[in-house]
Design a binder for this molecule. Sequence first.
Ligand code: EPZ
Length: 420
Amino acid sequence: MTEQLLIRGGKPLEGRIKVPGAKNSALPLLAASLLTDDPVVLKNVPPLKDVGTMLSMIRELGKNIETTDQRTVRITGGIAKNSAPEELVRRMRASFLVLSPLLGRVREAVVPLPGGCNIGTRPVDLHLNGLSRLGTEIGQADGKIIARAKKLRGNEIFLDYPSVGTTEQLLMAAVGAEGETVIFNGAQEPEVRDLVNFLVELGADIEVDGSILTVRGADELHGGEYEVLPDRIAGGTYMIAIAATGGHATVDEVRPSTLKQLTLKMRKSGITVNEGVNSVEVIGDNRPKNLEVRTLPYPGFPTDLQAPISALLTIAEGKSVVKETVFDSRFGHVAELRKMGADISVPNSSTLFINGTDGLRGAKVEATDIRAGASLVIAGLASSGTTEVSGLEHIDRGYSQLVENFQDLNAELERSKIDE
Ligand code: EPZ
C-alpha cells in the first residue's frame, strides 16, 4: 500500500515547531560507535528511516542497541563480523562510512560500493585514495571494496574536494592510526564538527583549524555520551516554507550560526528573519524578491537547500538564477514544479533560470529524492488548490514528523493511502 501527501495549499504557516537532531550527523556518529567496545549513548537521534538503516547496519556488525526513549540510543558490545550487508549499503550511501571503523578495529573490511542515486554518480574515489595514504590495501571484487591494513599509519592527505563523507571516513581511520594525520581541504560542515566533538569525547586527539584537521592516533577509544546537533537542513526547509506561504512562525532548536547563508539570502529576498539564541523567527510579509543562489561546500549555501529554495523562487518577483555546484544532477524537482505552473528553464546541467510567477497551482507530483520531495511540499503549501505528493519513501528518509510539524504550523495536509 503506497501513501501520498494530500496538501490543500494557500494557508500562511503560523506557530512554532522544533527541529530534530541532524540526520547527517547521527549517521556518521552511529558508524563511529564501532570504534569502541565500551558503551556509547547518543541523544537527540532523529527517528528517521535512514537512522533505522544505520542501526540495522551496526547491529548486523555485532553491536547491541537499546533505544531507551524514541531519541536516545545506547550501543554496547563489540564487532562480530567485518563485512557490511549489501542490501543495507545499497539502500543508503552513508552506510559506506562503516569501512574505516571496521578497518581500524578488525584490520579488514568488506563493504559494497554504494550505488549512485538520484542526485548523481557519487563516487568514493576520495575515500579510497585517502585510506591508501594511511597504509590501507584496497581491493575490489564483485562490486565490493575489500580493505586491509595491518596497522594504519598517519600521513598528510590533501582532498581534491572538501567532501563531507570523505572527511568523516578519514577522521574515523586516523583516530586509530599510528602517529599524526593531517587532512588538508577537509569539509567544514557542522555535522563534520559534530563527529570531531564526538570522537574527542571518546578520547581522540583532534585539532581543527578551518579546513585543516590534525589527528594524533590513539590506541583505543573509550565509551561516552553525546547529543546530536540540531538538523540545520530540516530547520532551513521549514524557514523557507514559512516564507513561501507568507506566514509568520518560529523554528526552535536550531543553531542560527549554522544557517547564516540561508538567513542572509532570505533577508536579501525581503523576508524578515529574526535570530534567537537557538531559534529563528520568519515573517514572510512581502512577496519574495528574486535571488542568485550558488551551492557550495560549507560555509557556502548548502546543496541540500537548493531544491527547497528553488520552490520559493518560483513565486518570487523577477528572474532568479540557481547554480548547483556540488552534485552533478540535482534538479529532480524541476519537472515536478513545472507541473505546478513554475516557469523554470535549465540552460545547462548545473543551472536553473527561474521566472517568478504570482502563484502556483496544485497538481499530482512525485518526489525523486529527499530534498526534491521537500521542495514539492513547500510548493504545495504555497500554491492554490490541492497537491498530491507521491514518493514519500524519499521524504521519510530525511524528515521526521514532517506532516505533524506542518499541521502544527496550521497547514492543511495529511498522508493518505493511494488505492493501487
Ligand atoms: C553528505 O553527502 C550528505 N549526506 C549529503 O546530504 C550532502 O548533500 C553532502 O554531504 C554535501 O553537503 C550525509 O551526510 C549522509 P560529499 P556526501 O562527499 O558525503 C563528490 C541529504 O539530502 N565526491 O561532500 O556523499 C560527490 O560526488 C544528503 O541529506 C567524489 O567525487 O557528500 C559530490 O559531487 C544528500 N568522490 C561532491 O563530492 C568521493 O570520493 C560532494 O560529495 C566523494 C565525493
